[in-house]
Every structure is written in C-alpha cells, then in structure tokens.
Design a protein around this ligand. Structure first.
Ligand code: MCN
Ligand code: CUN
Length: 798
C-alpha cells in the first residue's frame, strides 16, 4: 500500500525553498479568484441555454390535488412546465438519498416540508422562469404538520411517510453503541455522577455560493454533461447514471470552482435532477441555480440532535463511564450524507480525548415535516455533536467536583504513550499528545491570570463577569478504510494521477474536489516535496470526471488523509522510475542511485557531484528512455487508508458577560491545533480562522427555526444570522505536531477541527461566567436574551 519512505520529520521539513512540505506557499488559485476570473456554475453560459425555476410548496404538509401550469405555459418565454407526471415517464420522479431512502424529485402526491419541489418552469431567461413559476397554480389539501422530533414520535402524530408500506409511525431507526451492561455497572458503582440535557440546534452550512447545475444533453453524442456544485463529482456521476439509466461513460460531471461547500454539496438535490431531465426532454442546456432562501430552506441542514449525557466518576475526578441518549430530527427523508454503515455518523467517538473504561450510547431518529439532511457543516460526520457533548459534560463534572476544568482534563486524557489506543466504542486512535496541546493553550491564554481576574470580578460584584472555557477535542477524519466506509456501496478510497511532462513540469489529477480549501496549492506542495520539483511547475486538476481518476470527493476532512496520501504515493512511484532513468543517464547501476530530499536531486552513491534533476530525468523519460522501462513518466495511486487519522487540539476562550444586557464579548480566543505534519501552515491557519468564525456563529447566532405550522422562520439571512467581521475576535493560533504513524507524509486532516472544537469552548466560557451562581448549561445559540434569562434566574442580572 505505501511506498517505503522515511518521510519528512516533524518540524524539520522546510520545503527546501521549492515550496514543499511546511512552506507558506501563497495560494495558486487566488490569482483567478481575486481578479474576478473564478469559474462558478452560474458563470457557465451555453448557446441556447434555458433556465429552470422551481415551484415550491408554501405548506409543510399537504396533499397536492392538482397542478395547473397552463397560465405559465401561455407565457411567451416559457418553454415548459414540468411536474412529477412528466418525470414519471422517464422514471425520474424519485431519487435515492445517500442513506437509501427515496425522495421525490418533484412532489408526486404529498408535500412533506415547506418549500419542497412541486413543479419546474423552464424558460428562455431567468426572469421569465420566475414569472412563470408564480403563475403555476397548485391546489393543496393542507394537512397538520409536525416539526419537532419528540412530537413526531407521539402516538397521535400525523404520519409523514404514508407512501411507505412498512411505515406506521415517524420512527426511522434506533441505533446503539458501546457496552450497556458494563456502563450501567460503572454508573452503579460511581462515587459521583452528573447529567446534562443539551440541544445541538439545527444549523445550515450556508456556503456563499448556493447549489446549482447546468445540464447539457447532447443527442448527437448521447452524452449528458452536468456542471454542478459538487463536493463529490465521481460519486455523483455513478448515482446520476444509476438514476437516469444513462451509461456512466456517457455522463460527465464537472464541478468547476465551488464557492464553499461545508458539507452542503455532498447530497444530490432535486434541482440537479430536474435540470438534467429538462435538458434531456428539451434537448437544450438547462441551468438551475438556487436563491439563498431556497438553499437554507431545502438543502442539507446540519445537527438537530437533542442529547442527554451522563458521566460517572470517582471522588477525585477520574471519569469511569459515559452514557448518552439522543433524539435525532432527520427531516422528511433520511438523507444524511455520511458513510452508509454509520447511521449516526461518527457520533460514537463521544468518549473524546479521555481514557474512559465504559461507554454506551443510544439514539432514535425521527421523520418530521422539515427539510431533510442531518450531516453537513464542517462536522466530520457528527463529531461536532460528540465533541460538544463530552466537552460540556467534562465542564459540568469539574464544577460538580469543584476542580479546575483544565486539571480534570489532564487527569483523564489518554496518555501519549497509550497510542495506538482503542476507545470503549471501538475507535483506533492513531496518535496524540493531548497534554502538550493543552499546556501550550493554557500558557498562550494566560490562564492563571484570567482565573484570578474572574475571582476578583465576582468579589467586587463587577458589572461584567468573566468566563473561561476549554475544549480539548479529538477528531476522526479521513474515511475509509473502504471496507468500513462507503457511499452508496462505493468504497471510500481516493486517488491521484501524476504525469510529468518532457519539459519537466507536471499535472496532478486528484479524485477530491476543493471548495476553497486550497488543494491546487497544497497538493502541488506534496509533489514538490516528494520529487524535488518547484511547486510552480505542478498544476493540480480536479472536478472533471472525464479526466480525473475516480475518487470519493472532499468532505469529512478526508482530502489530505486519503487523496494527499495518494498524491505522495504516486509521486514516490514516479521517483522510483526516475531512479531507473537517472541510472541510464548517469551510466550507473540503478541500485547506486540515491535521491536527496534536501537538494531534490538524484546522484550516484558516494559521488554527489554526479547528479541529475527531475527536469533532466523527465527529458530522459521521453527522449532517451532506458530499454528496461516504458517511455514516459507517470504514476497513479488509488489509496485505501489503513485507518482514519485523529487530529486534536485545545481551545481556550475567555468571555466577558454583561450583566445588564446579556451580551457576550470575546476577551481572548486561543486555538492550538495538531494535524500531524503540516503541508502549508498559512492555509491551515486560514482553515482554522474560518472554522472558528463558524464555531462562533454556531454558539452565538445560527439556527434554522420553524413555527408550529412548519413555516421556516429562520430561512434567510435576515433570520439565519451568520457572523461577520464585527462579531469575530482576534484569534491566537498555535500548534503542536504529532504525525500520523500510518499516513505516508504523517499528515492528518484539519478542515473541520475548528468548527468541531470551538462551540463547546465558547459555551463552557459563557456558562463559566455564571457557574458560581449555579448555572450549569446555556443552550445555543447564546443570543443576549438567552444569556440574560440565565443571569436573571440566578440573580446576577442588573
Ligand atoms: N492541510 C495542510 N496540512 C495538513 C492538513 C491539511 O496543509 N496536515 C491543508 C490541506 O492540504 C488543504 C486544507 O488544509 O488544503 C484542508 O485539508 P483537509 O483537512 O484535508 O480537508 P479537506 O481538504 O478534505 O476539506 C474538507 C473540509 C470540510 S469537510 C469542510 S466541511 C470544509 C473545510 O474543509 N469546507 C470548506 N474547509 C473549508 N474551507 C473552505 N474555504 N471552504 C469550504 O467549503
Ligand atoms: Cu460534515 S461537512 Mo464537510 O464533511 O463536507
């Protein structure tokens, strides 16, 4: 699986000035982005292109009795009105979700959530399509909706999925993990137990670019080309082919520049299918691009877990057991985007960074009259929820025992010498040094000073209270291995294909798909490191299924752990062949050729001056290839990771809470991350900043809300509040380096660590400001009114 290599060592790699591992190479992709030359789906214009607008239901639960499109069809620029009936003719009225449920592409019988797709208007321009959509008349019989998961499981709740034969209620599945008996036994014996209810509210990834597609059926070639906002072009191609019946080699998915995904662009949405169906029927290209409210109201949401967590511990704070029970709202279809064998994602990593003897978790999932989804938004498949749970519980336990939350973490950390470590719920942690990261964060945060300051303010009855929150999280990212993790049956490997040209530059094609993470730079750095090439001489291509090798795409911070490994292995294969060419050019035996990482050159052992660069070797590969080798210089690797990687970190947040208004100000925000060996520290820093901002949004402002009638009341940017520069404090970032022992370049993923790790640190901080008065938990989003009510309840409000 891995080409043998010692690999770059932590903190030693400096890229050797060629832009290799560890260098802060400026992002190659930014030139086109900051000069307005990005190429997003909505930038695609084709001759004769038509526009699609979707007619959506104003009701959350309603039977569709009749659809009359005649007024729209009568309009000059309207070309067609499509309904489920039209799609049925082509067997496209429904589509499979990633969790093997079946979702209506256009509503066939019954609307199941507000803004669900009911009909589509195809017109010559977008305005006409929109005007046409307003003229489509739909006759609804309105039914009682249920939006809350607990209500949905009540006996008298309206049945949402009455089209399914075996579905008698709104219950989807039960799931459990860990050892119930062992955990109960530990709790029975425990000196101390604590329990806390907490909600992880419904969120939306809300990327700047909404979802969209331009579908183009070519009847001459019998080929369907779909430009679409996709985090997983190849997997989407396979699904498209399966759903449409068009052979896979006649389907081309192109994901051009993507303006943020954050998990939102992993599922397939009805709009994509409608655009493709319309193009097939009308034999013209058809564009569909969502508006903001359509994106928030109908596409994959995140979280919506109602959790109860318990810890068992000894009197001196050794955690012996953890128990958790979850009620999950999955919306109207089970459409979570996650490896198919994990109905609750990787939530069962809820033992976190701690060496806990016994753990047990149970979960019930329910259908509701809300949009489908459940996994998305920088979550590592629900590690967000797991980390929130355990990091909140540890804080509650520390308060119960009246010990410092930093000390209780230190006491319970999996010790650095215990890795590889198997957790009570069966995860195999590859490497970690949690105490080191915590110590660094404590020092950077000036922790002791703030603890004193906090005490002083309490004693002086100050107007503003201080709260200090910690989160020492562990992530699990980089799915596969393929045997454990699959999407719709396809194993979660990834790929890289490296071709070195005769003039010594190269093209690397990868199966993952960047949405802003900087792959065009970091993947080139991996090759630069492994071949001694200059980073500028390597172009990275992604997002076109006609040219890229098959890969499962970018989500779950898997690009570096999986495709990054594939790129390194492919480069090493090229290096092996390069040795043979070097031997030919230098007239030496192949066994005598050595590669020097520092200079990037190949030389004869014991004769460093008899050396040759990769550029000269490339020329040799095409112009003077050795008889023992094929001409050319290229290699492909499909990498199935032996394990996932376990990045981690410690975040410390200091907040000031205003007793008069409930407002929260960030005094200090320290983030120490460990993602193993680092490819580009600047890009990592950017990832951390972005994710911390989203963590602040999560903790302080974001929520998709519904009223009792099923209306989305948080479905636009007036009501779904994203943080802006005004709400974001100065972040102080630091790092430690604990390489992954099984990854070819020792790297772990990092893209989701900050959103996973920061919400509990923030909630712990706000809670901590009121702990002395007896507050144990504050629900997210912690808007000023929510905080003020807690202050008021315990007599702290002014
Ligand atoms: N990196 C590095 N060294 C490491 C680890 C990572 O230099 N040891 C670099 C990588 O090479 C890559 C970036 O950091 O350029 C993120 O890498 P990785 O952790 O492998 O994550 P992915 O590339 O797979 O990105 C996915 C992750 C997810 S799942 C979400 S959600 C998210 C996130 O990335 N969505 C994003 N960050 C985002 N950033 C932007 N700008 N836009 C999104 O939609
Ligand atoms: Cu969970 S959001 Mo990212 O894995 O695409």
């Amino acid at each position: 699986q891995h080409a043998e290599d010692d690999g770059p060592q932590p903190e030693k790699h400096c890229g050797h000035g060629r832009g290799g591992m560890g260098e802060e190479v400026s992002r190659k992709e930014d030139k086109r982005f900051i000069t307005g030359r990005g190429n997003y789906v909505d930038d695609i214009k084709k001759p004769g292109m038509l526009h699609c607008e979707i007619v959506r239901s104003p009701h959350a639960h309603a039977r569709v009795k009749d659809i009359d499109g005649s007024r729209a069809e009568a309009m000059d620029d309207v070309v067609a009105v499509l309904t489920a009936e039209d799609l049925l003719e082509h067997d496209l009225a429904t589509m499979p979700t990633l969790m093997d449920d079946t979702q209506d592409v256009l509503v066939n019988d019954k609307v199941k959530f507000q803004s669900q797709e009911v009909a589509a208007v195809i017109a010559k321009d977008r305005y006409a399509a929109k005007d046409g959509a307003e003229r489509v008349e739909v006759d609804y019989e309105v039914l009682d909706p249920v939006v809350d998961a607990a209500d949905a499981l009540e006996e008298d709740a309206p049945l949402i999925r009455d089209e399914l034969d075996d579905q008698e209620d709104n219950h989807i599945f039960d799931w459990e993990t860990g050892d119930r008996e062992a955990t109960e036994a530990v709790f029975d014996d425990a000196a101390v137990t604590i329990e806390e209810d907490m909600e992880y509210q419904r969120l939306h990834p809300a990327p700047i670019e909404t979802c969209g597609a331009v579908a183009d059926w070519d009847p001459g070639m019998d080929k369907m080309t779909v430009h679409m906002t996709s985090q997983a072009p190849h997997a989407h191609r396979t699904l498209f082919s399966q759903v449409s019946g068009i052979p896979e080699h006649k389907v081309r998915i192109v994901s051009p520049d993507v303006g943020g995904g954050f998990g939102n662009k992993v599922p397939i949405y009805p709009g994509y299918v409608v655009a493709a169906a319309a193009s097939y029927v009308l034999e013209e290209p058809v564009k569909w691009v969502e508006e903001r409210s359509e994106n928030i109201q109908t596409t994959g949401f995140a979280r919506d877990y109602d959790m109860t967590g318990e810890l068992a511990a000894t009197e001196d704070g050794e955690i012996t057991g953890v128990k958790v029970d979850v009620l999950a709202n999955h919306g109207a279809y089970n459409a979570a985007a996650q490896p198919s064998k994990f109905p609750a994602g990787f939530f069962n990593i809820f033992t976190g960074s701690y060496d806990i003897e016994a753990a047990y978790g149970s979960l019930t999932a329910a259908f509701t009259n809300t949009a489908p989804g459940g996994v998305a938004y920088r979550c590592s498949f629900r590690v967000t929820e797991a980390v929130y749970l355990i990091e909140r519980l540890v804080k509650v336990l520390a308060d119960e025992l009246d010990v410092d939350p930093a000390e209780i973490r230190r006491k319970n950390f999996i010790p650095s010498e215990a890795f590889p470590y198997e957790s009570a719920t069966g995860w195999n942690y590859d490497s970690g040094d949690y105490e080191k990261a915590l110590d660094k964060a404590l020092e950077m945060a000036d922790y002791d000073h703030y603890r004193e300051e906090q005490q002083r303010r309490i004693e002086e009855d100050a107007d503003k209270l201080l709260g200090i929150g910690i989160s020492s999280f562990t992530e699990v990212v980089g799915a596969g291995p393929g045997k454990q993790c699959d999407i719709a049956g396809i194993e979660m490997f990834d790929s890289a294909d490296l071709r070195v040209n005769p003039t010594g530059n190269a093209v690397l094609r990868v199966g993952v798909q960047t949405q802003g993470q900087g792959h065009e730079t970091t993947f080139a750095q991996i090759v630069a490191e492994e071949l001694g090439m200059d980073v500028d001489s390597i172009t990275v291509e992604h997002g076109d299924t006609d040219t890229e090798p098959y890969g499962l795409g970018t989500y779950g911070s898997r690009s570096t752990p999986v495709a990054g490994a594939a790129a390194a292995v492919a480069a090493r294969k090229v290096r092996d062949k390069a040795k043979s060419i070097a031997a030919n050019e230098l007239e030496a035996a192949e066994e005598d050729i050595e590669w020097d990482r520092e200079s990037g050159e190949f030389h004869v052992a014991g004769a460093p001056d008899r050396s040759i660069t990769i550029t000269e070797i490339a020329a040799g590969a095409y112009m003077n290839h050795p008889d023992s080798e094929e001409p050319g210089l290229e290699a492909t690797n499909y990498y199935d990771p032996p394990e996932m990687t376990y990045p981690f970190g410690s975040y410390i947040v200091v907040v000031e809470v205003d007793r008069e208004t409930g407002e929260v100000d960030f005094e200090k925000f320290v983030a120490v991350d460990d993602c193993g060996n680092r490819i580009n520290p600047m890009i990592i820093e950017g990832q951390i900043h972005g994710g911390l901002a989203q963590g602040i949004g999560t903790a302080m402002m974001e929520e998709v809300t519904y009223d009792d009638n099923g209306n989305v009341t948080g479905g636009d940017f007036m009501n779904y509040l994203l943080p802006t520069a005004n709400e974001i404090p100065n972040f102080e970032t630091g790092h430690t380096v604990t390489p992954s022992p099984h990854h070819p370049i020792g790297a772990k993923g990092v893209g989701e660590s900050p959103t996973v790790g920061s919400p509990p640190a923030i909630v712990n901080a706000v809670t901590d400001a009121m702990t002395h008065a007896g507050v144990s938990h504050v629900e997210m989003p912690m808007t000023p009114d929510v905080v003020w009510e807690h202050l008021d309840e315990v007599g702290l409000a002014q």
